[in-house]
Write a protein that binds this ligand. Structure first.
Ligand code: FNR
Length: 384
């Protein structure tokens, strides 16, 4: 009997059973005390919805646009490193599920499947997420590869030039492919389906960076490699240069402050993502949903504001849109689906969220996602 999946938590439980501990922990953790990581989720619960009745609900639509692109709902798949370690060929499978659903897929610099692997296996353009590294030639080559693959937006992540510490990853000795120790071997042996998939694919290393950045082949752990390669001197001039080199739509990800949002506007970004990297960087920062309206108020009429962090349901998406976001991203919610059931699991995660979004919108008395707004919410103090 296939498992009955009715919500994202069902996928989470299945994911936990099926994927080796090291990669489950990598996904599931936040930095240091994990306060920001927890509050990304729990702050959504503090915002309540206003029920409305006797409104004609026929012909509803959650279709929208993100940076000019038609989307089946205002939800994109966030860039998630090592997705191909959660399930063999994970980035390709997630991109296919996103394409079938009509939502954007964002490929991380730190993906296992390369830009070319994903482009070869999909037809819809995807978005490429860039981590800025010290080696400018290498960065330029990555941008050229994304251009050649037809990517229609460059997502530059600004909040990970120095990596926040995640205790579990350090303790597990996270690496890709995993280092073989008695514990990791014993754990992987119990994850039969995962292991069979991995045995059948050649894609087990960082596809975008292998053979290019110095020292990558020897990287024994993700954090020491990141510390060596990622450019701590990233500033707004460098962002301008990258934007020019790219020449297309640019989304700046990791904005959590109104002043930074104004700077993003000044460099000509097409959109910003209000994000704290899923609570994996500055522990103690406020949740994304709590910071959203301050940033929307500062720049929302001049630039598209997106958000991510803590979205586990269509209700969460509705709340973010009502608070002024024009688009949202899911990270862990689609990884749960991928690790649980491969492409079908990502499809299921998207279906669950779309259905919840549609029904919640209807019960709030709205027929069109574009009409959803603050009037649909009861927002406690501290959110605006
Ligand atoms: C991430 N995130 C991330 N962001 C990014 O720009 N590049 C990356 O490679 C990664 N890698 C990554 C790995 C894992 C395991 C997670 C959970 C997250 C952050 C991601 O894009 C997004 O901001 C968060 O995942 C959003 O929060 P939720 O939806 O996971 O709560």
């Amino acid at each position: 009997m296939p498992p009955v999946i009715t919500d994202i938590e069902d996928l989470h439980r299945l994911y936990r059973r099926r994927v080796p501990r090291m990669f489950y922990d990598y996904c599931q953790s936040g930095s240091w005390t994990e306060q920001t990581y927890r509050e990304n989720e729990t702050d959504f619960d503090l915002i309540r919805l206003r029920q409305r009745v006797a409104v004609d609900m026929e012909g509803r639509s959650v279709r929208s646009k993100m940076i000019g692109r038609e989307v089946a709902m205002p939800v994109a798949l966030a860039p998630v490193g090592l997705t191909g370690m959660q399930h063999a060929d994970g980035e390709i499978l997630a991109a296919k599920a996103a394409e079938a659903m009509g939502v954007p897929f964002t490929l991380s610099t730190m993906s296992i499947c390369s830009i070319e692997d994903v482009a070869r296996n999909t037809t819809a353009p995807f978005w490429f997420q860039l981590y800025v590294m010290r080696d400018e030639d290498f960065i330029d080559r990555l941008i050229e590869r994304a251009q050649a693959a037809g990517c229609d937006a460059l997502v530059i992540t600004l909040d990970l030039q120095i990596m926040g510490q995640r205790h579990k990853d350090l303790k597990n000795g996270l690496s890709a492919p995993p280092k073989l120790t008695p514990t990791s071997i014993a754990n992987m042996m119990t994850k039969v389906q995962w292991g069979l998939g991995m045995a059948q694919t050649k894609r087990r290393f960082f596809g975008n960076i292998i053979g290019h950045a110095k020292g990558v082949e020897d990287a024994s752990s993700l954090s020491s490699w990141t510390a060596e390669q990622f450019d701590p001197r990233l500033d707004w001039d460098k962002i301008r240069r990258l934007k020019e080199k790219w020449g297309g739509k640019v989304i700046l990800k990791g904005i959590l402050d109104a002043e930074d949002a104004r700077m993003a506007l000044a460099v000509g970004a097409d959109a910003i993502v209000v994000s704290n990297h899923g609570g994996r960087q500055l522990d103690g920062a406020l949740s994304s949903i709590r910071m959203l309206s301050e940033i929307v108020d500062a720049v929302g009429d001049q630039i598209e504001v997106h958000m991510d962090g803590g979205i586990r349901s269509g209700q969460d998406v509705l709340k973010a849109i009502a608070m002024g976001a024009k688009g949202t991203y899911i990270g862990r919610a689609f990884i749960y689906g991928l690790g649980a059931m491969g492409q079908a699991g990502v499809t299921r995660a998207l279906e669950v969220i779309r259905r919840e979004l549609d029904v919640t919108m209807a019960l709030c008395g709205e027929k069109d996602i574009h009409n959803v707004g603050r009037h649909n919410l009861l927002v406690p103090r501290g959110f605006s």
